[in-house]
Structure formats: C-alpha cells, structure tokens
Design a protein around this ligand. Structure first.
Ligand code: GTP
Ligand code: MG
Length: 201
C-alpha cells in the first residue's frame, strides 16, 4: 500500500514552513516519514507537495507528486489516489504509531470499502490518518467539480468503513497528534523515546 504524506500546506498557524522546521536537528517531516516507513503494510511513500515546495521535498528520498489543486486536504487526498489505493497522513504527525497504521490498512483490505477512517465516539473523524481506495477518487472528483471541499462530509456521504478509536489501545491515540503551532512543539518534549531518546528534553 502507498503511504501518502500531505506536505503542501503553508503552515500559517505555525508561522512558516513547519515541515522543514528542525526539532533536534531533524525536520518535522522526517519524523513523520520515518514512522510511516516502520509500518509493515506500507511499501512505498509518496510526498504530496505544492508546486512551490516540490523541489525541496525531493531531498527526502521519496517520490514527490505535485498537488495542482491546492484546496486543502481533499485535494491532497485526490492527488495521492491518482497513484492507487493509499494510506494518507498529514506531514505534521511526528508520533505516528506504525502498528495502528497496519491495523487500519488491514481493516481496509478486508472491508473492501472506498475508505476506512478512524472515528471518535462523538462522530469526529480523522481523515488525515485513513486509508482510501482509488475508486474514492472518482467520488471526490464530482465534489471538487462542484467546489464542495469538505472532506469529512464527503466521507460521511460515502460507503466508508469506520474504526472506533475508543475501542483501541489508548497509546495509539498519540498517532493523531499534529504540530500546528509552535506551542504544540512543547507537547513533544516528554514523549520522545523512540526517535531521539535524549535530545528533545
Ligand atoms: N498537498 C497538500 N497538502 C496540504 C494542503 N493543505 C494542507 N496540507 C498539508 O496537510 C497537513 C495538515 O494540514 P495543516 O495542519 O492545516 O497544515 P498547514 O495547512 O500547513 O497549516 P495551517 O496553514 O496553519 O493550516 C500538513 O502537513 C500540510 O502540509 C493542500 O492543499 N495540499
Ligand atoms: Mg495539522
């Protein structure tokens, strides 16, 4: 399965290109990529870039595909699916849990549904930590044509399968953590053992 990383955002809340921002000398995006590489079900990684940052992202050693739409997550997912079925994450998720990703991909493969998306008990979805089939792309195309870019609504109106988050190990939830502001960087401090045991303290 392709692991697609959305990496075309502007980082407005962060105040600059957060994906290249270095934490203990390592770009945020690299943390995300390394976690995704650890998932056994992911055999190829693709970075979904903007035209502006595509060149820089080539340094990460994975294929880069340019998002021509730049309408937010829906366009990134749409672009990723042009390559085939994909597990899609945001580039600002440094604490991805590889076992959780494998779990979702397995469920997706069994369910044979257009998408498999984690869902909280209050109905909130995690569309940027989900598996999608290339057939979901056709469904998105219609919505993009009518400028309806709301990804959660699209998922709800599709025949998606859901993964109930609260029924899974609590430790897996940190997989959703994403860095949006500089304040969020602080939340990384006590957590890191796997990647950089000492340096983030
Ligand atoms: N390819 C692509 N990636 C996107 C797009 N919008 C956001 N992303 C990426 O999707 C991920 C999650 O988005 P956000 O957390 O909102 O990041 P952002 O858009 O850079 O930040 P803000 O400007 O503060 O919203 C980030 O890794 C972004 O780089 C888009 O239109 N196309
Ligand atoms: Mg984010």
């Amino acid at each position: 399965m392709i692991g697609a990383v959305l990496a075309g955002g502007r980082g407005r809340r962060f105040g600059g290109d957060k994906l290249l921002f270095r934490i203990s000398g390592k770009p945020l995006l690299l943390y995300t990529i390394e976690r995704l590489e650890q998932a056994e079900k992911i055999d190829e990684i693709v970075l979904v870039a903007s035209k502006e940052n595509a060149e820089k992202l080539r340094d990460f050693g994975h294929d880069v595909v340019v998002d021509e739409l730049m309408i937010g997550p829906m366009g990134g997912i749409f672009t990723a699916l042009s390559l085939g079925d994909a597990f899609v994450v945001a580039g600002d998720m440094p604490l991805l849990v590889p076992e959780f990703i494998d779990f979702i991909v397995e469920r997706f493969e069994e369910a044979k549904k257009p998408a498999c998306v984690p869902r909280w008990s209050n109905g909130y979805l995690e569309p940027l930590h989900a598996a999608y089939s290339s057939s979901f792309r056709d469904f998105l195309e219609e919505r993009i044509k009518s400028r309806n870019y709301a990804i959660n609504q699209a998922i709800r109106e599709s025949d998606a399968c859901y993964i109930e988050i609260e029924k899974l190990p609590e430790g897996w939830r940190e997989s959703f953590f994403n860095v949006n502001t500089r304040e969020d960087l602080r939340r990384l401090t006590p957590l890191r053992t796997r990647d950089n045991p000492d340096t983030l303290r």
